[in-house]
Design a protein around this ligand. Structure first.
Ligand code: NDP
Ligand code: GDR
Length: 370
């Protein structure tokens, strides 16, 4: 059976992909960063005691900034497939950490490609690069396809542009099997809490149950093509199973504004929200609530704008055309935006109940609102 190496295995996509590959019979190796506390929540259910005889899941300490470490791990693992998912993946944070983002998201990709080349694995190891719809940035055409010109709008997008082209270059220069998956936003119950989707679903549950008063957001007008991470990791794998390496757009073809996403999340709880004011001072109020468990005063302000969440340069609108993927990989998303929000809200309610239980038992939980 095949062996895969995943960078970023502790992240949202890494967790779903590891589970997916294990089910397919792969041996899965992952690179995790050394941290002063446990950072493997999303993959703890896959953990295998290293003393067991047949190990099919193994973690290695490493970092995309460290070429020797990456080379040693790749040499040891001799992977058939590498999925390079590791990244500083938060677009807003990349404005605060531009050089680090360039190092990890841009040069980190080069380090993986170069390690494979220097180890003489170009014919054995196939590489998936986690490219992003952030490459499109400023809107040039809609919907965006593999042929749409790039115009990134953040240090993150620019770093990913380098990663995209260095992947193409190594494919052409050294005949490596290396592909870019240009993935549009994909979310899930495992999404990091500071991405807007998860921030919204988490807050909706907490507001409904009286654990939080207000949800502070930035640009409500931004539009994204949101899919489910579970669907998207399958497309990553399919890209590495073809005869020839190619780049693919992975998207749903439906775009939704942040404001609409908020409404979809609250609607799952039977709460209706309306907005007033201009973007900078916009406020969302609860207009009705037909759920007996919640006691929310009608007219209460629950959505407020905090300009600190605006980005110096914004990506206004993304909508992807995944026709090539459908035609060549026979892949289509199985979750609509409503199904995605439903899945996330179901999970939030469960998490909220756990939090409430802990609080009642005297255990304080983190009450951040970032
Ligand atoms: P996450 O932020 O959830 O996960 C990122 C992973 O990268 C984590 O495992 C993180 O480790 C790891 N990482 C961060 N810095 C380093 C480093 N210096 N060295 C090694 N590993 C590091 O991202 P997603 O799972 O959502 O995304 C996966 C990839 O796909 C990323 O490259 C992202 O940029 C890209 N992408 C994501 C999209 C999305 O909508 N989710 C869309 C398009 C592209 P730790 O857990 O320790 O922080
Ligand atoms: P994005 O995701 O930047 O598209 O990058 P994010 O969820 O951070 O933002 C989406 C849109 O929502 C607007 N927004 C806010 N965003 C955040 N995080 N917090 C807020 O309070 C808020 N209010 C409004 C943003 O301005 C933006 O327009 C994600 C990441 O997963 C990248 O790694 C990936 O490459 C792209 O998706 C495709």
């Amino acid at each position: 059976m095949k062996t895969a190496l995943i960078t970023g295995i502790t992240g949202q996509d890494g967790a779903y992909l590891a589970e997916f590959l294990l089910k397919k019979g792969y041996t899965v190796h992952g690179i995790k960063r050394r941290s002063s506390s446990f950072n493997t929540d999303r993959i703890d259910h896959l953990y295998q005691d290293p003393h067991e005889k047949e190990i099919r899941f193994k973690l290695h300490y490493g970092d995309l900034s460290d070429p020797m470490n990456l080379t040693r791990i790749i040499q040891e693992v001799q992977p058939d497939e590498i999925y390079n998912l590791g990244a500083m993946s938060h677009v807003k944070v990349s404005f605060d950490m531009p050089e680090y983002t360039g190092n990890i998201d841009g040069l980190g990709t080069l380090r993986i490609l170069e390690a494979v080349r220097l180890l003489g694995l170009t014919k054995k190891t196939r590489i998936y690069q986690a490219s992003s719809s952030e490459l499109y940035g400023k809107v040039q055409e809609v919907p965006q396809t593999e042929k749409t010109p790039f115009y990134p709008r953040s240090p993150y997008g620019v770093a990913k542009l380098y990663a995209y082209w260095i992947t193409v270059n190594y494919r052409e220069a050294y005949e490596m099997y290396a592909c870019n998956g240009i993935l549009f936003n994909h979310e899930s119950p495992l999404r990091g809490e500071t991405f807007v989707s998860r921030k919204i679903t988490r807050a909706a549950a907490r507001i409904a149950f009286g654990m939080q008063d207000t949800l502070y957001l930035g640009n409500l007008d931004a539009k994204r093509d949101w899919g489910h991470a579970k669907d998207y990791v399958q497309a990553m794998w399919l890209m590495l199973q073809q005869d020839e390496p190619e780049d693919f757009v992975i998207a749903t073809g439906v775009t939704t504004s942040v404001r609409e996403f908020v409404n979809l999340a609250f609607a799952q709880l039977g709460i209706s929200v309306i907005y007033e004011g201009e973007l900078e001072n916009e406020i969302g109020r609860i207009m009705s609530c037909d759920h007996p468990e919640y006691q929310l005063p009608i007219g209460k302000e629950i959505i407020k704008i905090d300009p600190k969440y605006f980005r110096p340069t914004e990506v206004d609108m993304l909508i992807g055309d995944a026709s090539k993927c459908k035609e060549k990989l026979n892949w289509e998303p199985t979750h609509s935006i409503v199904a995605l929000v439903e899945d996330m809200m179901t999970s939030e309610i469960k998490l909220f109940k756990k939090e409430k239980y802990l609080k009642e038992g005297g255990h304080e939980t983190l009450n951040y609102n970032e």
